[in-house]
Design a protein around this ligand. Structure first.
Ligand code: FES
Ligand SMILES: [Fe+2]
Length: 410
C-alpha cells in the first residue's frame, strides 16, 4: 500500500514535458505571475468587429485587471482606451456595452472626450487658469489595437510585437476561415463563470482525446474510419490547428451540413484552431464558435462563447446556422454542459493537494489524440511565466529551455 501512495505523491516516470504539477492550477502566486507574464504581456482577443456595428458602439472589458473600452469612432476606426477618466480616475462607462453619441462624458465632474480620445471639455475651466491647466494635451490613455479577419485584438503592453508577427502562420488560417471579402457576424453570445482554473478550459478546448466523453463525438467523429488520419500543425508561440475531418451527423439524427458552408470548410467537416493563450476557434461546416477566457481567480474563470455566421446570410440560412450552433454548443447544447462538468470536477480533485500530477504523455505523431499541442502550450506557459510546469515550486533558469536540465530551485 505504501508503494501505491508514494506513486501518487511523486512525479510520474515520464519526461518533464509530459506531466504538470497541479499546483499551477490552484496556487494564487502563480495566478498573479500568469496575469503579468501572459495576459498583460501579449495580445488578447476582445471581440469581433461586428459587435461594434456603428460609430459610437463600445464594449467594456477587463484585461489583466485593467479596465478597458473598445470604441468604434466616427471615422469607423476601432480604438481602445483605459476605461479611466484622467481627471480623478472615475470609470468612463459602467455598462458592458452600449453606444456613445458624439462624446464620452465622465459621470463624476462631467469632463468630455471625443471618440479619438482627446479631451473636448472641462467643466468651469476658469478654475484652472491660474495654474495654466487646460483641456489641450489631456486625453484618454490609448491601448494597442489590431484587427485580423475581423477579430479585434488589444494589448496593454506598448512594446508588444505586431499581431501578425505574434500569430505567424496562423494568420493564413484565420484569413482562410474569416476572409475580409466574406465578412462574418456574431449571432450568438453567452458567457458564464465556471469553477475551474482557466488552463483546464484551454486543455478541454485543445484536446481531441476527450471526445470519448461526448456521445455526439463518439458517434459523429470517432466512428469515422479516417478519424485518426488527420494531423495537428504546431507553430511558434504555441498556436496550432488540426486538419479538417468529416463528421457523420446522420448517426445521431442530425441533418447533414453540406450547404451554406462557412469559408474554407468542406461538407460535414470540423476543425479547431488554437491561439495562445486562450482562444479557440472551432469551425463546423456551417457555423463557427469562438471561445475566449478571462481568469478571475485560480479556481474561477469567465468564458465567453460566440457563434458566428456570414454577414450576408438570408434569414433562413441564419436560422439553420443558429440551430446547428445550439445543437452542440449552445448553453443547453449537448457538448458544452458535458465539458463544463468535466473541468469543474477536475478542479475539485486538485484542491488541497489531493491530486498532485496530471499526465500529458500521449504521442501519436500529431494525430488527433496526440498531446503535443498541450505540451507545446505548457512549454510556452513556462517560458512566459518563468516556472517549470512540471515543478511549480521551481523557477526556470533564464538560459535553459523547458525539458532540459538546469532547474533553479527556489
Ligand atoms: S473623474 Fe472624471 S471628470 Fe472628474
Ligand atoms: Fe468537449
Amino acid at each position: 500500500m505504501e508503494d501505491k501512495i508514494t506513486r501518487w505523491e511523486n512525479p510520474p516516470s515520464l519526461p518533464p514535458t509530459h506531466y504538470v504539477d497541479n499546483r499551477i492550477f490552484t496556487d494564487s502566486e502563480i495566478f498573479s505571475e500568469e496575469r503579468d507574464g501572459i495576459f498583460a504581456a501579449t495580445w488578447k482577443l476582445v471581440c469581433h468587429e461586428s459587435e461594434l456595428p456603428q460609430p459610437g458602439s463600445y464594449r467594456a472589458l477587463t484585461l489583466a485587471g485593467r479596465p478597458l473600452i473598445v470604441v468604434r469612432g466616427h471615422d469607423n476606426e476601432i480604438r481602445t482606451f483605459f476605461n479611466i477618466c484622467p481627471h480623478r480616475g472615475a470609470p468612463l462607462v459602467r455598462d458592458e456595452r452600449g453606444t456613445f453619441g458624439k462624446r464620452i462624458q465622465c459621470f463624476y465632474h462631467l469632463w468630455t472626450y471625443d471618440l479619438v480620445g482627446n479631451c473636448t471639455g472641462i467643466t468651469r475651466p476658469v478654475g484652472y487658469e491660474p495654474v495654466g491647466f487646460s483641456k489641450e494635451g489631456i486625453g484618454l490613455r490609448p491601448v494597442r489595437t489590431e484587427i485580423i479577419g475581423g477579430l479585434v485584438f488589444v494589448s496593454i503592453q506598448n512594446e508588444v510585437e505586431p499581431l501578425e508577427d505574434f500569430l505567424g502562420t496562423m494568420v493564413d488560417h484565420i484569413r482562410l476561415h474569416l476572409p475580409d471579402d466574406q465578412p462574418l457576424e456574431v449571432f450568438h453570445y453567452h458567457r458564464s463563470e465556471i469553477r475551474c482554473n482557466w488552463k483546464l478550459w484551454v486543455d478541454n478546448n485543445s484536446e481531441q482525446y476527450h471526445e470519448f466523453l461526448h456521445v455526439l463525438n463518439r458517434k459523429t467523429g470517432l466512428a469515422q474510419p479516417d478519424y485518426h488520419e488527420r494531423r495537428w500543425h504546431l507553430y511558434p508561440n504555441s498556436h496550432n490547428v488540426i486538419d479538417q475531418g468529416a463528421m457523420n451527423y446522420g448517426n445521431v439524427g442530425l441533418e447533414e451540413r453540406s450547404e451554406g458552408l462557412m469559408p474554407g470548410m468542406q461538407p460535414d467537416a470540423l476543425l479547431v484552431m488554437l491561439l495562445f493563450p486562450d482562444i479557440m476557434i472551432n469551425v463546423r461546416a456551417t457555423v463557427m464558435r469562438i471561445d475566449t477566457i478571462t481568469p478571475v481567480a485560480p479556481d474561477r474563470t469567465i468564458v465567453e462563447w460566440r457563434g458566428l455566421g456570414l454577414k450576408s446570410d438570408s434569414r433562413e440560412q441564419r436560422e439553420i446556422r443558429t440551430r446547428h450552433h445550439n445543437q452542440v454548443w449552445g448553453p443547453a447544447g449537448r457538448n458544452l454542459p458535458e465539458d463544463i462538468s468535466a473541468v469543474e470536477a477536475q478542479q475539485i480533485s486538485m484542491s488541497n493537494d489531493a491530486f498532485r500530477y496530471s499526465i500529458y504523455a500521449r504521442e501519436e505523431e500529431l494525430r488527433p489524440h496526440d498531446d503535443s499541442n498541450l505540451r507545446s502550450f505548457y512549454q510556452e506557459w513556462g517560458r512566459r511565466v518563468g516556472r517549470w510546469p512540471h515543478d511549480a515550486g521551481a523557477r526556470r533558469s533564464e538560459k535553459t529551455e523547458l525539458g532540459v536540465v538546469g532547474i533553479a530551485s527556489e
